[in-house]
Design a binder for this molecule. Structure first.
Ligand code: ADP
Ligand code: MG
Length: 698
């Protein structure tokens, strides 16, 4: 519970200077001036009184209990003061002081000690190195921000204090209100996960916004966000990408993955809406904060001009929303009520000379139509237009509606008062229709997410011990990379199907094994030093008889030697030839923040060029595996094109789930690649033809 921080009964400002230019002074003043109801104490080592209140030289001298201490003193004094806070029984801290982890070296150590102290006394802390916190529901402004935001239902957290001040400043002029406003600073204790958890429980926060630069605990973030986003939309903007580690990337998956992909997967799987810009962050926020949920994808447009109507229609279709098709009843009504020149199909064009009455007719009809899930009202200032009257009509008709209504008032100079009216009456308005459509799109996605059937984690019966033992053996031999034969064994232990194969150590042995397996066979070089076998001509398919098998053995061995004189060559693998199917890639790359990142894509040698891949983080639910397979552009090829039979998509999904189980069971797997996994026709399963596994070094 973070009640002591956001709804404290009493507060001490430590470092409350009498000098109005000091931050500590500003913080105290902000608390006093903005209507906070509890007791407020000033603490300063020398001052007698600050802002007309008696001042204590130490928090220990305050005669009453203190819930929250806001600390604004030099960094070297912080530990001693926090110790006193602990002794005093303070429950929450906001440490505004900078000079900790962000300065490196000794600052890092200081922060470590601070965190330990906070934990020791069972306190909760925001900061250090932050702007402070604001809660408009308790009228608490414990920050040095120059402004107090208006009350509202948007909760905002930011890892950058500068972004906080900028947003605050802008929000005043845009008349956008907040429920909570938090500068996270160094996130020594309270981080994005703690705030998500806390804010998700309070309906006062209709939407949660986050500006993030990094995430402390990836798996905890996903777990918490998954829960919170079931009810409360969470919109995040993530800037900067962390280095994905310095380990050399050698697999297909490794070259495709990266922390950007991991964030994308994490946001997707936890239902977080990702904003691509600060503008989007607030465009979306307004729609969620002001309007009811969008419960479908069918949009109606009401406009007084053709051009904007077309632009909006295009944007709707591009984004995957659909243009609503009105019922005959709606059309007949509109025909009667609007002038003959008006367009009564979607978009409804009330024509340039429309006053507010025509907007009333059109909007009312659109909202009443059962085929409409939301209405977008477009307005361009023209002769005879009534911007303010129309704004009032929109507000009146959309009040108590279950369908969202968004507006795009295009223009600025002549629209000022109308825009203020719209905002006051909680109608999100956007200067351009495309932005309104993007907001609708975000709403539709969130709704889909809330409707999603609860995903379950499936586990299969597998032979975990066998894999454990095998990894142990590989490690003992001083290796981190598994050869194909070993990788095969792992896959087999996890219930995946592989072609029959055996290692031959001589041409004669190759011929004998081939005869046993049955022609035709495939032969491949087996060497821990050769990563991509076909690159050196080390794979031959369609070997039809013993003589060719013998010759092929020699040829492959010769090529391998030519490629590298001192490569270890284990022999040549003779393998059952798998009937043709669609070749896909399944792989895993471990992300330092989020853990195992599973990739799925169309396989073969063009993988790196086409980059047609979809990422998800393990563990995967059935639902997520199904979505992942469908997320690639070339999914149509799996379904079958031009009379081709459909591939066994269910088998591919099952492989993803088994791989997910494997990498969750064995965190030491840092990379693995199955390229290709051959997916046969529906009902015939899938076969792992080539596999590599790399273990954590050291
Ligand atoms: P590498 O990726 O190291 O070059 P692979 O084992 O993936 O080697 O083989 C290369 C290609 O040969 C595969 O993409 C596949 O098309 C084909 N191939 C390999 N093994 C078989 C097999 N057992 N049956 C059918 N085709 C195979
Ligand atoms: Mg391969």
């Amino acid at each position: 519970m973070l009640e002591a921080i956001f709804a404290p009964k009493s507060i001490a400002v430590i470092g409350a200077s009498p000098d109005p230019t000091r931050l500590g002074h500003r913080v105290l003043k902000n608390i006093i001036d903005n209507g906070y109801q509890g007791a407020v104490f000033a603490v300063h080592p020398k001052a007698q009184a600050v802002l007309n209140r008696p001042t204590y030289s130490s928090i220990l001298n305050i005669p009453e209990p203190v819930d929250l201490a806001v600390i604004v003193i030099p960094p070297q004094a912080v530990l001693a003061v926090v110790e006193e806070c602990g002794k005093k029984g303070v429950k929450g801290l906001v440490v505004i002081t900078a000079g900790f982890k962000e300065v490196g070296g000794a600052g890092k150590e200081l922060e470590r000690q601070l965190i330990a102290l906070v934990a020791h006394y069972n306190m909760r802390m925001v900061g250090p190195n932050c702007l402070g916190i604001i809660d408009t529901t308790t009228h608490l402004n414990a920050s040095f921000a120059a402004l107090m935001p208006d009350p509202g239902q948007i909760a905002f957290m930011s890892q950058s204090g500068a972004i906080c001040t900028a947003i605050l400043d802008w929000s005043k002029s845009a008349e956008i209100g907040f429920s909570r406003f938090v500068s996270l600073g160094n996130k020594g204790d309270v981080d994005e996960v703690a705030l998500l958890e806390e804010w998700g429980k309070d309906p006062e926060n209709r939407v949660i916004l986050a500006y993030l630069e990094g995430i402390n605990d990836g798996p905890a973030f996903i777990r918490t966000a998954r829960q919170v986003t079931k009810d409360t939309p969470v919109i995040a903007i993530k800037s900067g990408t962390t280095a994905a580690g310095t380990r050399a990337i050698s697999s297909h998956t490794g070259s495709l993955a990266g922390s950007e992909r991991a964030y994308e997967a994490a946001f997707n799987q936890s239902g977080i809406i990702r904003a691509q810009s600060m503008q989007e962050l607030f465009d979306f926020a307004l729609a969620f904060a002001y309007q009811p949920p969008l419960q479908g994808r069918r949009i109606a447009i009401v406009t007084n001009a053709g051009g904007p109507g077309i632009i909006a229609t295009d944007a709707i279709e591009r984004s995957g929303l659909t243009m609503a098709e009105f019922t005959a009843h709606t059309i007949a009504y509109l025909q009667e009520a609007l002038p003959p020149t008006a367009n009564v199909l979607n978009p409804i064009d009330v024509i340039g000379d429309a006053a507010s009455d025509r907007y009333r007719v059109a909007l009312k009809a659109a909202l009443a139509d059962p085929n409409v899930d939301a209405v977008l009202v477009l307005f361009t200032p023209q002769a005879g237009s009534e911007p303010e009257e129309t704004a009032n009509v929109i507000a009146e008709l959309s009040a108590d509606q279950l369908k969202p209504v968004l507006a795009s008032y295009m223009g600025a100079v002549s629209l000022g008062p109308a825009l203020t009216l719209l905002n006051k009456q909680r109608i999100p308005s956007y200067p351009f229709p495309e932005r309104a459509v993007e907001a609708l799109h975000a709403m539709a996605n969130h709704y889909k997410r809330t409707q999603r059937i609860k995903g379950e984690y499936t586990t299969f019966e597998v032979d975990r011990d066998r894999v454990h033992h095998l990894f142990h053996e590989v490690r003992k031999a001083g290796r981190v990379e598994l050869g194909e034969i070993e990788a095969r064994e792992v896959m087999e232990a996890y219930g995946m199907r592989l072609p029959q194969s055996r290692l031959a150590r001589s041409p004669d042995e190759a011929a004998a094994i081939a005869a046993e397996i049955g022609f035709p066979v495939v032969m491949k070089i087996s060497s821990p030093d050769i990563l991509h076998k076909s690159d050196i001509g080390g794979v031959k398919v369609g070997i039809a008889d013993s003589t060719t098998a013998r010759d092929t053995y020699e040829l492959i061995e010769y090529r391998a030697r030519k490629y590298s004189r001192d490569a270890t060559i284990w022999g040549v693998l003779v393998q059952e030839q798998i009937r043709k199917g669609r070749e896909v890639l399944v792989g895993v790359n471990r992300d330092p923040q989020f853990g195992p990142l599973v990739v799925f894509g169309l396989g073969g040698i063009y993988v790196e060029v086409l980059k047609d891949v979809a990422f998800r983080l393990a563990p995967l639910t059935r639902q997520e595996a199904a979505e992942q397979v469908r997320a690639i552009r070339t999914y149509a090829l799996l379904k079958g094109v031009r009379g081709e039979p459909p591939a066994d998509v269910a088998a591919a999904e099952e492989i993803l789930l088994r791989v997910s189980q494997l990498v969750v069971d064995f965190p030491e797997i840092v990379e693995m690649d199955m390229n290709p996994l051959v997916v046969h026709n529906r009902g015939e399963g899938a076969t792992v033809v080539d596999a590599r596994i790399i273990l954590q070094g050291g």
